[in-house]
Design a binder for this molecule. Structure first.
Ligand code: ADP
Ligand code: MG
Length: 720
């Protein structure tokens, strides 16, 4: 029956592309009955619906139970959507020009209700039949104390005939523009209904292995799609939702797993099979402290990665202060022991300089050449360094973006460390890889905490190490929230700390839209600080975006060396800077910062043996969201807990570094709400791939066929 419907449809439409059973879903949307070129264009522009498949995956965001007809007198301000039945007793156009609207009155045996339209006024006026009984559905609002429905759905009431509408009617997302052109959420529902009528189980073949379908009691795909749109009841709707969410997450995990294992098996990498003198001598003689268990574990992972002959691509996530730098250094020594060069890329000039200075210190008595290469390296110096890098005279280069410029040619780059990777685009990373015929091992380090499940999904194609242990003896930073009216107490507190020989940061927010405003804001803040801390006896450093690198460095240096006790800055010091003697961090207008940024900033204190404090200053008016963030900051120092909260508050789309990954654009599943399902999908995908890495077993044929048919995202050439 559906087949013949399909045939009819096909023959009715002109110039249809040749289709096979599998391609009905790839049909352009305008070929669907009821769409056509004009509406087709709108669907494309407004909702990104280009094909039948896109429409099928345009899921309703809720369903409305329309079996119940209420009385008008039962409407209260608490009423949301309502369905009533009554007679239209009047209908007239009111107002002029932009204020023009159609107002109708609906009456049942309990009261009257006003219906209003602002759009499509004439069309509705022509079609509405005063005197007739309608079933009216819509969202209730109150205007001057009386209930009304704007743009209601209307159906002529006919008690004997059911029009076949499902009891649970889907509500689809639609834009204002679509609504104005006759494509309301409801109209879209009709299109989906038409589409479902054209499809059969064959068009939506199973893509999850039967064993899993049975184990998890998943609905067949076709049934799942049918019931997510037009459920026969709530139970089956939940089952449909479960199936499709699982499918979405599971397929994503399988894809990532395949990318990862292909890289493990096919991307050739240098072999670091020697743990030599450099590594061993350093470890024995110059390591300033015993490594933490987490540092040792990650080091071991790096050693295993680099000995196999395949490229390492590892994400090292460690909370601020967990000691990632030394791990990177040991990795670079390993590279040097095997005759390879390494580089360490930092997101800012200051951080690159600090890394370089730190490395130079630690390696002072080692037979190794290190260099710094940044945007502000002088031309002559630069030339010299470039030549020595090309010759292989320099083993370890620290730098900024300048490192990935074409002019930088390594003799044999074996390891690229990327610090604070969220500032580097994926494309830039790739550029680093292309510096050799065989790509260097890549170690990406980030302190921006990302919830584990999210990281596994966003960076699922990378191997993943975690350092969840801080070096011993760290005192947790005490964090408090203070309002503006406590400013002088806060300043007194800083004074007391300075008296004890400590240093303090005072951070101002960065207003992205305006550099000028930033500058003015900071200057005002600076004057304010100076009023509390006159020079002498106090000395203040300031770093801001308008300074050139030398000025920044000079100011930074004065703070690092202890010549100044206070550092006034915008967020440029956010990442990586290490001044263990600083024990106070005051964050001005703290409500303007995001959670992960606050956490990063706070990570600048609590780095030494002294007790440290973070003071979040705000005005008296703070939004609920901001208040929640401040509360979280005061409650915990754990970056991973903060990350989980951040995810809950903001949703995954906004988490730094995940946006470009594209792996989080799930249509149905939510990484936050469906966490257990995310974990389950991941676990099952991993199990499947460990048993059948090529998807060559018969049970996985459906999955493989499906993935191969999904073109675009990934190259599947490696799955044969
Ligand atoms: P991050 O992971 O934030 O980059 P760093 O590498 O800058 O952290 O290390 C933070 C501080 O902790 C540095 O002063 C570093 O010397 C120190 N540190 C690192 N590892 C240890 C350790 N195992 N024991 C004691 N101090 C350590
Ligand atoms: Mg660091």
């Amino acid at each position: 029956m559906i087949e013949s419907q399909l045939q009819k449809h096909i023959f009715a439409a002109k110039a249809l592309p040749i289709r096979t059973e599998q391609t009905i879903l790839s049909n352009p949307i305008e070929y669907l009955k009821g769409v056509g070129p004009l509406k087709g264009d709108l669907l494309k522009k407004e909702l990104g619906i280009f094909t039948f498949k896109d429409l099928l995956e345009h899921f309703p965001y809720r369903h409305i139970d329309k079996t119940e007809i209420k009385k008008i007198k039962d409407i209260s301000p608490a009423t949301d959507y309502i369905q009533v039945a009554g007679r239209i007793i009047s209908c007239e156009v009111m107002g002029e020009k932009r204020g023009k609207r159609l107002v109708a009155t609906l009456r049942d045996d309990s009261g009257e209700l006003e219906l209003t339209w602002f759009q499509g006024v004439h069309w509705i006026q022509k079609n509405i039949q005063p005197g007739q009984v309608y079933i009216v559905f819509g969202k209730v609002s109150f205007y001057m104390g009386s209930p009304q429905i704007t743009h209601p759905e209307m159906d002529l009431f006919s008690p004997e005939k059911s029009d076949g509408r499902p009891f649970l009617e889907p509500v689809y997302p639609a834009t204002e523009k679509l609504k104005a052109r006759g494509l309301s959420g409801r109209q879209i529902g009709k299109l989906v209904y038409t589409l479902m009528g054209l499809l059969s189980a064959k068009d939506l073949p199973e893509n999850i292995p039967d064993t899993l379908v049975q184990e998890l009691q998943l609905l067949p795909r076709f049934d799942a799609y049918a019931n997510i749109h037009f459920p026969a009841g709530n139970d089956v709707y939940q089952k449909a939702l479960y199936r499709l969410k699982f499918e979405e997450l599971f397929l994503a995990q399988v894809r990532l797993g395949l990318i990862r294992s292909n890289r493990h098996r096919y991307a050739k990498g240098m072999v670091f099979d020697r743990v030599g003198e450099l590594f061993n001598n350093f470890y024995r003689d110059y390591l300033p402290f015993p490594l933490t268990g987490a540092q040792k574990r990650v080091l071991k992972e790096i050693r295993q990665d680099t000995v196999r002959g395949y490229q390492m691509n590892r994400l090292l996530q460690g909370d601020v202060g967990s000691g990632k730098t030394i791990v990177a250094l040991l990795g670079m020594l390993l590279a040097a022991d095997n005759g390879y060069q390494s580089c360490m890329m930092a997101p800012t000039e200051i951080l690159a300089q600090q890394h370089h200075a730190g490395l130079k210190d630690l390696l002072a008595d080692m037979p190794l050449e290190v260099a710094l290469l940044t945007g502000s390296t002088k031309q002559a110096e630069r030339k010299k360094i470039l030549a020595r890098i090309a010759e292989g005279d320099i083993q370890i280069v620290t730098g900024t973006h300048a490192l990935i410029e074409d002019a930088v040619q390594f003799r044999n780059l074996g390891l690229a460390v990327v610090d604070e990777q969220h500032r580097f685009g994926v494309a830039q990373r790739a550029k680093l890889w292309s510096k050799n015929e065989i790509p260097p091992h890549v170690l990406v380090m980030t302190a921006t905490p990302i919830p584990r499940t999210l990281a596994m999904t966003a960076y699922g194609d990378l191997d993943y190490s975690i350092m969840d242990e801080l070096p011993p003896g760290r005192l947790p930073v005490t964090t408090v929230h203070r309002y503006e009216n406590a400013r002088s107490q806060v300043m007194d507190f800083i004074k007391a700390e300075i008296q004890k020989g400590r240093q303090a940061y005072i951070i101002f927010p960065l207003i992205e839209e305006s550099e000028k405003l930033n500058y003015e804001n900071l200057m005002k803040g600076y004057e304010n600080v100076k009023a509390y801390f006159p020079e002498p006896p106090y000395w203040i450093s300031m770093v801001h975006g308008k300074m050139n690198a030398e000025q920044k460095e000079a100011n930074m240096q004065r703070f690092v060396s202890g010549d100044t006790q206070i550092m006034v800055s915008t967020t440029v010091i956010e990442v990586g800077v290490n001044v263990p003697n600083a024990t106070v961090m005051v964050i001005e207008s703290a409500e303007k910062f995001g959670l992960s940024q606050l956490h990063q900033l706070r990570g600048r204190v609590g780095r030494g043996a002294e007790k440290s404090y973070c003071i979040l200053l705000t005005g008296s008016k703070v939004t609920t969201d901001a208040r929640e963030r401040l509360k979280i900051m005061c409650a915990t120092n754990d970056g991973f807990v903060i990350a989980e909260k951040d995810l809950e508050l903001r949703g995954p789309g906004d988490i730094e570094g995940t946006r470009q990954s594209g792996m989080l654009n799930f249509k149905l599943a939510s990484i936050v709400q469906d966490k257990h399902l995310v974990d389950l999908a991941k676990q099952l995908a991993e199990k499947l791939l460990s048993e059948d890495p090529d998807l060559s077993m018969a049970v996985n044929l459906k999955l493989k066929t499906y993935l191969q048919a999904q073109k675009g995202q990934t190259s599947w050439s490696k799955i044969s």
